[in-house]
Each structure stands twice: as structure tokens, then as C-alpha cells.
Design a protein around this ligand. Structure first.
Ligand code: C2E
Ligand code: MG
Ligand code: MG
Length: 718
């Protein structure tokens, strides 16, 4: 080689060398940069020789993750394989081997066991690196500690598993629905509740199986969830089962969002509350209806009345009517034929009443034999009275119940809304009042309310107050009306009649105050006082004016007294106290009271009879008793009602009735008193008919105590 060639060569080499040097320097620098990075990150970087398995580089993070020094790895390159968890090592080694064969990227998650036996999850990735000749001679890779992530994943899997189990096994219906309302996942309970199979439901959207009326509401609420206005909602919602059966549910929907708050789907909980609903509805229905007839009850009726009154307020020309209907003598049916027949009659009547009104009207049962009818939107009073007439016609057709044929009538009170009512109870009260008035007028009729009835009712209220005070202030007196023997024409006794000497109103007739004292219960103290007073008086006269046949006293008993359980003791106590013999006392009970409660009345009468007290049926002929009952009552006397006596003229119908009553009484071993004899011809007729006793203005009006005593003293003969 020439010098110049050498120099040139040297120069070239030197130049090349410096370039090499530069390159080497560059490599060194880049290696340094890499090392700096590698030394300072949490991930473990490594480089392994593919030929010798020698560890070419391991970053310091290794010590943290593996719990071993880098030094130990450099010394024993196999030691990292030994650290792999025995359960994972097979798989890891297999992957490694494949990689060696194929030169592919290696990627594996596995567990390592650290010297202190603690376990870490690592995710290892390694790439084959080729040298300049294209020969693959080493791996570089990165290992990352993913223990935290793995633990979180495990926890997540567990919770997912729990959710899946809860979802599938839940006793309530559960579903995941998409944002557009399709079923994504459904559980068994839901399928059962709706009669669908899982695969059938998954083909449907909830709108397909919802009650039509409930879809829109549900959708609007879901929209709120989707837009993030709410996070969940709960509603009662109806579905329709596969077989068309309505299913009531309690639906709770919650929205599920991704990490960015975007709505993903809905979680639905669907509790079948059909049974509960049914029960609720039943309870609700029961609370508003009468269990026997199924008609609306008082609560519902009042409710409707209230609605009607509101209508009147907004629409001044609007008119409605309330009919208050009470059956006449229903008690009689109940007592004589039994409650079963009574109940059936009420049910039948309910149906007939319904058939008499328009579909918009309300027929209600307030209780017992009381019915009310609300006639909405009527033209005028004629509509109401026409319906009342229809009712009479309907009730006139006999009822056939358990082989009995029954005819019943009713008294009806009608009140119109035009009287300016504010409260439902006021119009009902007036209809009720009017019904009573119809009853007083002789039953089986209707009446229309007018103001005067109200005035009368107020008057009644006053009387009630005055009665209480009157009792305290001893404003009552006993009057005595003579009873004459039609055989001897002599005085045989008196009927004691109550008189009220009102401080401002003067004498008030018992026909006015007895019914009120009955209703208020004041009859009990009043009756007791009167009985004692009458007994004491008679005893005094018996002693003062002895006769061949001792005088008797008749005292009226009211229905309430008859029902009072202490009655017998009370009578006995009074007799003992006044020393009056039981045979001298005759208790009068009106026929209608007896018929109101035949069984109980008979019992009480028997007990009184046993004490030796005499009994008589007052106002006989007006109480509709049938002959079959008469012989059952243990009574001594029939008192023929005044209405028959006053009409007596020879050969006419009424004398025939009187004749029949007298004959009947005698057949049953009873004697007869004729009430209300006002003239001689009546007396003569009654004598002809063999009537034993007489009482009436013809002989004497009821007398004060003094006048009565004067009469006894005179011992007159008529
Ligand atoms: P009653 O027991 O049938 O009494 C007979 C009623 O007829 C009495 O009326 C009497 O004054 C009246 N009367 C008697 N003779 C004649 C007559 O010839 N012509 C006419 N038009 N009337 C005559 P009063 O005293 O007004 O009593 C009416 C009713 O009041 C009684 O009917 C009775 O049901 C009841 N009452 C009276 N006092 C009492 C009482 O102390 N207790 C009870 N519970 N009721 C009583
Ligand atoms: Mg009487
Ligand atoms: Mg009478």
C-alpha cells in the first residue's frame, strides 16, 4: 500500500471511526435515555438474549414487583420462571415456547409468588428483536403489576355473579330494557307473571305488553331518566299477560349509565300486586257498598250528594231530588218469617228500585229497611213524583220468597235541591223528615218536602228540650179516664193517661210528646213515674172507697218500655212499694208495638202474666196482626180501636168487624173494651154485641185526679 493510499485509507478509517464514534455516542445516549426512563417507571423493562437466555437488562422496578433483587436475576436468569405461580406456569411456558418457535409477540397475564409468599398479578409483553442481519437474537419486554386491576375484576365478577343470581332467582319480576324499550334480559318471575317464555319476551318491547293507558306515562318518565332529570322512578302500572289477563304491578325503574354519564339501559323491578290490588279494590268497594244488596251505602251516597250540591252551586238552574224510602212494617216480615226471608226481600226490593230509576240515578241502602235515591238532573218535581209512582207500582207486585207471597209498601219522602242546601246531610235530613210525615199520614204514600215540615221538626226539637226540663220540674200529671162495665153499668176502673202542663204552651197532648219521648228514651223515666203515680193513686182509692169488685187501673206501655230488660223488676218494685195487687194493674200495649217484635214481646208478656198482672192489646184492629198471632199473645183483654167504634151503625161493615173482634176475643178467652164511645147508639150496639167494657166521652173525658176521685166517691151508675 502506498503512503498516500495508506494515508487516504487512514483518513477514511479515521473519518469512519469518528462517525462510528458519533454513532456509538448516539447509541450510548439513546441507551442512557432509555435507561433513565426504564429506571424510573413502575413497569418492569427487560431484555433477554434469545440465544443464551441471559438477562441483558432488567429495570429496577423488578425488585418492587417480584420482591427480588435485579442482581439475583442477572445471576440466575431462570429464577423468574421459578417465581411463576404453579397454576399459571404451564400456560406461561407454553406461550413462551410458541413464541420461540414463531417469533411472535408474547403476551400473558400470570401470577407470581414473591419470596414472602404473597401473590402478584403481572401482565407481561415481550417482542422479539432482530439484529442487523435480520436474526432474531433477543427479547425486549415490559411487565406490569396488575394485581389491583385483577382484584377489582374478581370483585366485579363476584358482584356480577351475585347480580345474575339475584336477577334470575328474584321472587319479583326483573328486566333490563334498552333505551328504546326492548327487553334485553328478563327473569323467571317476570315470565311467570306475564305468562310469556323468556324467548318470547325478549322479542318484545314493554309497550307491546303494557296496558294501553299506561304506556305514555311510563315513556315520559323513562325519558326523564334518560335525560338525567331523575335517577329512578316508581309507579303503579298495568301490564297485559300473554293470555290477555290484566296484571297490576308496582314498577321501579332505574337508569344505568356508563363512566361518562351516558344512559346505557334501564333496570326494571316489577312486583305483581294484582292480588293486593284486588283486595284493595274489594275493600274500597266494601267500604262504599252495602254487603247485602250490593247497593251504594251511606258514605257513597253522601259523596254523590256532595258532588250534586257542587253542581248546583256552579249551575243555578240545576235541579236534583233525594228520595228517602222506608218500608212499612218490614219488622213484621223479619220477625214473623225470619231474617233470611227479610234479607231476600231487601235484595229483591233493591233490584226493583234499580229498575225504576234511570241509569244515572243512585239507589243506596242506608241500613235496615231504609233506601235512598238520588235523581240527578231533573226537569222539575214531576220527574221525582213519577219515579215515586213507578216505585209504588213496582212494589205492588207481590214478592215470592221461600213459598211466601209478600206484598210490601213503602213511605217515601222527597226533597228537592231547590231549597238551597249547603250540606248533603241537610237535604237527606229533610227527605227523611218528609218520609216520617208520609208515614204519619198513613204510610204507603209519598210526600214532597216543604218548609213547614222543617218548622215542625224544629218544634219537635224544642219539645225534646222542654221534655227534659219538664220531667225535672214535674210538669206532668196523670189523668184518669173511667172504664165502665157494660154489664153492671158501673165504674170498673180507669185508664191512666199522661198529661203535660207546659209552662208556656199549656196542656200538650200525649200524641205529640209520647212519640218524641219514645225516640229520646225519656219515656223510660216518664213511664216509670207515671206507673208509680197511677198505682199509688188507685191503691188510695181502693182503700178509701171499697167496692165489691175492686177498681182496676190501665197503664199504657210504650214499645221502648216493653223492650227494656228491667221492665218486669220495675213493675214488681212499684207494686210492692204501692201495695197494689197485681190483679188490679192492667198494662196496655198497642197492637202495632206487639207486632214489631213478636218473639221478644211474647216473652215479656208471659213474664208479666206470671206475676199476675193483666194485659191488654190497645188499639186493636189497626196493627195488622193476623189471627195466627193473636192466640200466641198471653193477653186478657182486647181494646177495640176507636176508629171502629165511631163508625158503628147497625148492619154496617164496621159493626161486622166489631162483632168479629168480640167473637174472636171470647173464643180466645179474652174480654173486650170498646174505646171512644161517644154516643148512646154506639153503646147500645156494643152491648148487643156482648162487649164487656166501654170507655169514651159518652161516659167521661179523662179527668184530673180530683175530678176522678169525686167520681169514685159518687160511685155512679150509667
Ligand atoms: P190510648 O191508649 O188509645 O188512649 C185513648 C185515647 O183516646 C186518649 O187520648 C183518650 O183521651 C182518647 N179518648 C177517650 N175516649 C174518647 C172518645 O170518646 N173520643 C175521642 N175522640 N177520643 C177519646 P190521649 O189521652 O190523647 O192519649 C193518646 C194516646 O197517647 C193514647 O192512646 C196512648 O197511646 C198514648 N198515651 C197516653 N198516655 C200515655 C202514657 O202514659 N204512656 C204511654 N206509653 N202512652 C200514653
Ligand atoms: Mg191506652
Ligand atoms: Mg187506644
Amino acid at each position: 500500500m502506498s503512503q498516500s493510499t495508506f494515508d487516504q485509507e487512514l483518513e477514511r478509517l479515521l473519518a469512519e471511526n469518528s462517525k462510528l464514534k458519533e454513532e456509538l455516542q448516539e447509541v450510548r445516549e439513546s441507551e442512557e435515555r432509555f435507561r433513565q426512563i426504564a429506571d424510573n417507571v413502575r413497569e418492569v423493562f427487560f431484555m433477554i438474549s434469545a440465544e443464551t437466555d441471559e438477562i441483558l437488562y432488567i429495570s429496577p422496578a423488578y425488585e418492587n414487583v417480584w420482591g427480588r433483587t435485579c442482581e439475583s436475576l442477572y445471576q440466575d436468569p431462570e429464577s423468574w420462571l421459578m417465581a411463576i405461580h404453579p397454576e399459571d406456569s404451564g400456560k406461561a411456558l407454553a406461550t413462551l415456547e410458541t413464541q420461540f418457535r414463531t417469533g411472535d409477540e408474547f403476551r400473558e397475564d400470570y401470577r407470581i409468588v414473591r419470596p414472602d409468599d404473597s401473590i402478584r398479578w403481572v401482565s407481561v409483553r415481550a417482542f422479539p428483536v432482530r439484529n442487523a442481519e435480520g436474526k432474531f437474537n433477543r427479547f425486549v419486554g415490559i411487565a406490569e403489576d396488575i394485581t389491583q386491576r385483577k382484584l377489582a375484576e374478581q370483585a366485579m365478577r363476584k358482584s356480577e355473579e351475585r347480580f345474575r343470581l339475584t336477577f334470575e332467582m328474584a321472587p319479583i319480576g326483573m328486566a333490563i330494557t334498552t333505551l328504546d324499550g326492548r327487553f334485553k334480559k328478563v327473569n323467571q318471575s317476570l315470565c311467570e307473571a306475564l305468562d310469556y317464555t323468556e324467548s318470547e319476551l325478549l322479542k318484545l318491547g314493554f309497550a307491546d305488553i303494557s296496558h294501553r293507558d299506561d304506556i305514555d306515562f311510563h315513556l315520559s318518565l323513562e325519558q326523564k331518566l334518560a335525560y338525567g332529570e331523575e335517577s329512578d322512578f316508581q309507579i303503579e302500572k298495568r301490564y297485559i299477560s300473554k293470555h290477555g289477563r290484566p296484571v297490576d304491578t308496582l314498577l321501579k325503574v332505574a337508569v344505568v349509565r356508563d363512566g361518562n354519564g351516558r344512559a346505557l339501559h334501564f333496570n326494571n323491578q316489577i312486583v305483581d300486586i294484582t292480588e293486593r290490588k284486588k283486595m284493595e279494590q274489594q275493600l274500597f268497594h266494601d267500604a262504599l257498598h252495602d254487603s247485602l244488596t250490593g247497593l251504594p251505602n251511606r258514605v257513597l251516597f253522601m259523596n254523590r250528594l256532595e258532588q250534586e250540591l257542587k253542581r248546583v252551586k256552579t249551575q243555578s238552574s240545576y235541579l236534583f231530588a233525594v228520595l228517602f224510602l222506608d218500608l212499612d212494617r218490614f219488622k213484621l216480615v223479619n220477625d214473623s218469617m225470619g231474617h233470611l226471608v227479610g234479607d231476600k226481600l231487601l235484595m229483591e226490593i233493591a233490584r226493583r228500585l234499580e229498575s225504576c230509576v234511570r241509569p244515572t240515578d243512585t239507589v243506596a241502602r242506608l241500613g235496615g229497611d231504609e233506601f235512598t235515591i238520588l235523581l240527578e238532573n231533573i226537569e222539575n218535581i214531576d220527574t221525582a213524583t213519577k219515579i215515586a209512582d213507578t216505585i209504588y207500582t213496582a212494589l205492588n207486585v207481590p214478592f215470592t220468597l221461600e213459598n211466601y207471597e209478600l206484598v210490601t209498601t213503602a213511605s217515601i219522602g222527597i226533597a228537592l235541591s231547590s231549597h238551597g242546601y249547603d250540606r248533603p246531610e241537610d237535604i237527606l235530613r229533610d227527605a227523611d223528615l218528609t218520609m216520617y210525615s208520609a208515614k204519619e199520614q198513613g204510610k204507603a204514600r209519598y210526600e214532597v218536602f216543604d218548609r213547614s215540615m222543617h218548622t215542625r221538626a224544629i218544634e219537635r226539637l224544642h219539645i225534646e228540650n222542654d221534655l227534659r226540663r219538664g220531667l225535672e220540674r214535674e210538669e206532668f200529671e196523670v189523668y184518669y179516664q173511667p172504664i165502665i162495665s157494660l154489664i153492671t153499668n158501673k165504674l170498673s176502673g180507669f185508664e191512666a193517661l199522661a198529661r203535660w202542663n207546659h209552662p208556656t204552651k199549656g196542656f200538650i197532648s200525649p200524641t205529640n210528646f209520647i212519640p218524641i219521648s219514645e225516640e229520646t228514651g225519656l219515656i223510660l223515666p216518664l213511664g216509670s213515674w207515671l206507673l208509680e203515680e197511677a198505682c199509688r193513686q188507685l191503691k188510695t182509692w181502693q182503700i178509701k172507697y171499697p167496692q165489691d169488685f175492686p177498681l182496676k187501673i190501665s197503664v199504657n206501655l210504650s214499645g221502648k218500655q216493653l223492650r227494656e230488660i228491667t221492665l218486669i223488676d220495675q213493675v214488681e218494685r212499684i207494686l210492692t212499694k204501692t201495695q197494689l195487687k197485681p190483679i188490679s194493674l192492667k198494662l196496655e200495649i198497642t197492637e202495632s208495638i206487639l207486632m214489631e217484635n213478636i218473639e221478644a214481646a211474647t216473652k215479656t208478656l208471659l213474664a208479666l202474666r206470671k206475676k199476675g198482672i193483666q194485659l191488654s192489646i190497645d188499639d186493636f184492629g189497626t196493627g195488622y196482626s193476623s189471627l195466627s198471632y193473636l192466640h200466641r199473645f198471653p193477653v186478657d183483654t182486647l181494646k177495640i180501636d176507636r176508629s171502629f167504634v165511631s163508625e158503628i151503625k147497625s148492619g154496617q161493615e164496621n159493626s161486622a168487624i166489631v162483632k168479629t173482634i168480640v167473637t174472636l176475643a171470647h173464643m180466645l178467652n179474652m174480654d173486650v173494651i170498646a174505646e171512644g164511645i161517644e154516643n148512646e147508639s154506639q153503646l147500645d150496639q156494643l152491648k148487643l154485641l156482648n162487649c164487656e167494657h166501654g170507655q169514651g166521652y159518652f161516659f167521661s173525658k179523662p179527668l184530673s185526679r180530683e175530678d176522678a176521685e169525686a167520681l169514685v166517691a159518687k160511685s155512679p151508675q150509667w
